[in-house]
Design a binder for this molecule. Structure first.
Ligand SMILES: [Zn+2]
Length: 386
């Protein structure tokens, strides 16, 4: 802690803190991510579409990179070689709740899970389409010359029975709970979030924490469909906390006191307790936010205290999104594509309700496939060293 006047010290501890970096020793070794396999590249045509890209049988993360990182893209069609259509072309909003497979709009670069359920597909073809970042609708007018480069990562089912680790790199605004939590509170938070994810045998670890300097605002406003504000916090962390490392496979968690999400197109402003930049997370370039936000709900949190009541469940729920899960039941009552989920599930659209507990077998399979999950070398994985 930096020096501060004694009279102020008792009432303004946070404002006297210097940016902090806490490295927590790893207790589990890692497994190297399956390498990216190039699939192809294509310029979006006059109809706003690129592809089709051919995929072999299996389950894949489709890693898409746009030549213009400000543009947004979505899977527009997914068709098996036997003719079965899993996503049909259309103008279907940010996550396509009416598609047989869910597909999220993403900005610049990132991953699509093919399929978004726990199955494996036969050989298939994927077409991409440019979207309006704010609404997920078809982009008009169309820019010319935007190119999509596509690669894939095989999604491997995890070793049954093995416990996986999720490594979180926390970037906390100065007065947020994640900035003010002492080490004992953080350890209890890890334990409690891990308990919410017990059906998938995943253990959460905060492996790095950067508390941003007092000049950084605790109230963060995100425009729907673009993550520039969050990406800016990540850039500030890189300069404020020497040695802080948030890149994949670590999952970036932004802790903020107050989060506002504005959707200019819908004229809607909300203050969610949690937020995930894309389903699934991972694979973004550094100029685009990629991770999950935990908000204190705009309450003032005293230093060193326990997590706000919503924090554990919301954190587990947002990690579920990051790892590839959609809502088991949407706020409007619409169900997901998994046949073993219902409203009594962690991925209920209202995760703080008492019944919103646990994950189904299919959900556990999906989250355990994600490359952000680290596995112990003793489970047969290969450690790339860290
Ligand atoms: Zn959610």
């Amino acid at each position: 802690m930096a020096r501060c006047p004694l009279a102020l010290a008792l009432v303004a501890l946070a404002s006297c803190e210097t940016p902090s970096y806490t490295a927590i020793p790893d207790v589990v070794t890692c497994r190297a991510m399956t390498p990216l396999v190039p699939v192809g590249a294509s310029v979006f045509g006059d109809d706003g579409r690129a592809g089709p890209f051919a995929l072999p049988a299996g389950a894949h993360l489709l890693a898409v990179t746009l030549s213009d990182p400000s543009r947004c893209v979505q899977v527009d069609a997914l068709t098996l070689d036997d003719g079965t259509a899993l996503v049909t072309p259309g103008d279907f909003g940010p996550t396509c709740v009416r598609c047989f497979q869910r597909v999220s709009v993403m900005q610049g670069a990132g991953w699509f899970a093919i399929p978004s359920d726990a199955s494996r597909l036969g050989p298939s073809r994927v077409t991409l389409a440019l979207r309006d970042c704010a609404t997920g609708a078809s982009l008009r007018p169309l820019p010319s010359g935007v190119r999509a480069t596509v690669a894939r990562v095989a999604l491997d089912d995890a070793t049954p029975g093995a416990t996986g680790a999720l490594d979180l790199a926390v970037i906390a605004t100065p007065s947020s709970w994640l900035a003010r939590a002492d080490d004992a509170s953080l350890r209890r938070f890890e334990r409690d979030v891990s308990a919410e994810l017990a059906d998938a045998a995943l253990r959460v670890r905060v492996v790095a924490r950067c508390v941003l300097p007092p000049s950084v605002a605790d109230e963060v406003t995100v425009q729907a469909g673009e993550g520039a504000t969050l990406a800016d916090l990540t850039a500030r962390a890189a300069s404020a906390c020497r040695g802080f490392e948030a890149s994949a496979p670590r999952i970036t968690v932004w802790g903020v006191r107050c989060l506002t999400v504005r959707n200019a197109t819908l004229g809607e402003t909300t203050s969610p307790e949690g937020f995930t930049t894309h389903v699934p997370g991972g694979g973004a370039t550094s100029s685009v936010a990629d991770g999950v936000v935990l908000s204190d709900g705009c309450f003032a949190i005293p230093p060193g205290t326990e997590a706000p009541p919503h924090a554990v469940r919301v954190m587990a729920h947002e990690l579920g999104h990051y790892l590839g899960l959609y809502h088991s039941v949407e706020a409007d009552g619409r169900a997901d594509v998994l046949d073993d989920t219902d409203a009594s599930n962690l991925m209920n659209a209202r995760p703080t309700e008492a019944m919103a507990r646990g994950l189904s077998r299919q959900q556990a399979t999906i989250v355990r496939r994600h490359p952000a999950v680290r596995w112990s070398a003793v489970d047969g994985g290969v450690c790339e060293g860290r």
